[in-house]
Write a protein that binds this ligand. Structure first.
Ligand code: ARG
Length: 457
């Protein structure tokens, strides 16, 4: 007999049972479910809704069930639908009719909402700490390679020389905002829904503040319909997750390009690459490729939850059970991606000479020559045209700007002295960008200092 079977004459269809059951994924909420039930039970006793003896039995029973679950001795079955019914059923098996009192003044609707809030809060802390670790690794690698110059790109065309550390630190700041977004989402996961009942509240004199205090919630939902219908905290978590994955995916794209023979800017450690079953020479950047690929499923989970919610009338609808698998999958995906990224980045080899060579070719310092002319008094637009013509003639004659003769320079513009060629070295281009946030070594050191500051607890 189902726990809710009273008004039914027939057994549930087996396929339907499997279809509606969530136990095979929501068993992940077991710890939260039991913690929530314990807090609820203590509150029921302190309000005189159940007796202290009953509460004692329930708490003891729940603790034992928690042990069974932790030891892997608990059995799950589609017949019992979800984690809430599993725990309640087992409790009654263990302690008898007192077990049936736990669900007083509660519905699975506010119960599952509570579990989900507890779970999201917990995972936000876990994920943000992994993000922080990755940020630390970035700081280490950037700090250890302050002299390395590479080409910066726009349109994936060499644009201007930058410090490799500067490029790497760009990802540090993206991750800093990701961490902020997660911690901000924590504030909304920190509302306590229990006491909403199925939708309208409860006829029992519950003390919702007590439950909130015991579980460490910052505030209560003030509206029972909202409390059981809200999944925006899930959507917010997924949205922060989607952006984090987009950042990691872009980082991955850089690493995949850089580790190709065409770039050869970095070498990924053997421990974090794979070979080919056919081509003996291959060494594939599987981690960044999979991270880039997995961004898709996280983005998909965000869209799935938003779409699931958008047409739902208040209050609870079974659709909302679909909030879980994408969330759980996202948590797993974020954790493994972040952990592997930190490990991979710690061991990456930086090929400074290759980067420098690339930064020296392809006119990456053309802007600096134009800026020089501007300092000699030429309007920028004209300077741009002068240097553009010089680049064109170098392209035609297969030379670099630094190989132009003094005569050619003077011919292009009387303002262009031979000393201008000194500005074309990648070091000079980098060193010239001293303004805050720029790529000169002093500016990057200043940036590193700020970055280290925000990592202090
Ligand atoms: N397994 C359900 C869920 O995840 C729990 C709430 C069930 N409530 C209900 N009225 N059927 O959403």
């Amino acid at each position: 007999m189902k726990l809710w079977g009273g008004r039914f004459d027939k057994d549930t269809d087996r396929l339907m049972e499997e279809f509606t059951a969530s136990i095979f994924f929501d068993r992940r909420l077991a710890e939260e479910d039991i913690a929530g039930s314990m807090a609820h039970c203590r509150m029921l006793a302190s309000q005189g809704i159940i007796s202290p003896e009953e509460a004692g039995l329930i708490l003891e029973g729940l603790a034992k069930i928690r042990e069974e679950i932790r030891r892997g001795e608990f059995t799950y079955s589609a017949v019992l639908e979800d984690i809430h019914l599993h725990v309640e059923q087992r409790l009654t098996e263990k302690i008898g009719p007192a077990g049936g009192k736990l669900h007083t003044a509660r519905s699975r609707n506010d119960q599952v909402a509570l579990d989900m809030h507890l779970y999201v809060r917990k995972e936000i802390l876990a994920v943000t700490s992994l993000v922080a670790t990755l940020q630390q690794v970035i700081l280490e690698v950037a700090g250890a390679h302050l002299d390395v110059i590479m080409p910066g790109y726009t349109h994936l065309q060499r644009a201007q020389p930058v410090l490799f550390s500067h490029h790497l630190l760009a990802y540090f700041w993206m991750l800093a905002r990701d961490r902020e977004r997660f911690l901000d989402a924590y504030k909304r996961a920190d509302w306590m829904p229990l006491g909403a009942g199925a939708l309208a509240g409860t006829t029992f004199p519950v003390d919702r503040e007590m439950v909130a205090a015991e579980l460490g919630f910052a505030r209560l939902y003030e509206n029972s319909l909202d409390a059981v219908s809200d999944r925006d905290f899930v959507a917010e978590f997924l949205s922060a997750a989607a952006l984090l994955m987009v950042h990691l995916s872009r980082f991955s794209e850089d690493l995949i390009l850089w580790s190709s023979s065409e770039f050869a800017f970095v070498t990924l450690d053997d421990a974090f690459t794979t070979g080919s079953s056919m081509m003996p020479q291959k060494k594939n950047p599987d981690i960044p490729e999979l991270v880039r690929g997995k961004a898709g499923r996280v983005l998909g989970s965000l869209v799935a939850v938003l779409t699931m919610l958008k047409g739902l009338p208040l209050a609870y609808n079974k659709d909302m059970q679909e909030d879980k698998e994408g969330l759980f999958d996202t948590v797993d995906t974020l954790k493994i991606c972040l952990m592997l990224y930190s490990a991979m980045l710690r061991t990456v080899k930086i090929n400074a000479a290759q980067m420098y060579a690339a930064a020296s070719g392809d006119f990456a310092s053309a802007t600096d020559l134009a800026d020089y002319l501007v300092r000699q008094g030429l309007p920028f637009r004209e300077a741009h045209a002068v240097v553009g013509r010089l680049v064109g003639s170098c392209v035609n004659s297969g030379r670099r700007l630094s190989e132009l003769t003094p005569e050619e320079l003077r011919e292009a513009s009387p303002l262009l002295g031979a000393e201008a060629l000194l500005l074309l070295a990648p070091e000079a281009c980098v060193a010239a960008r001293r303004a805050r946030g720029g790529t000169a070594r002093e500016a990057v050191e200043e940036q590193l200092k700020k970055a280290r500051e925000i990592m202090e607890p």
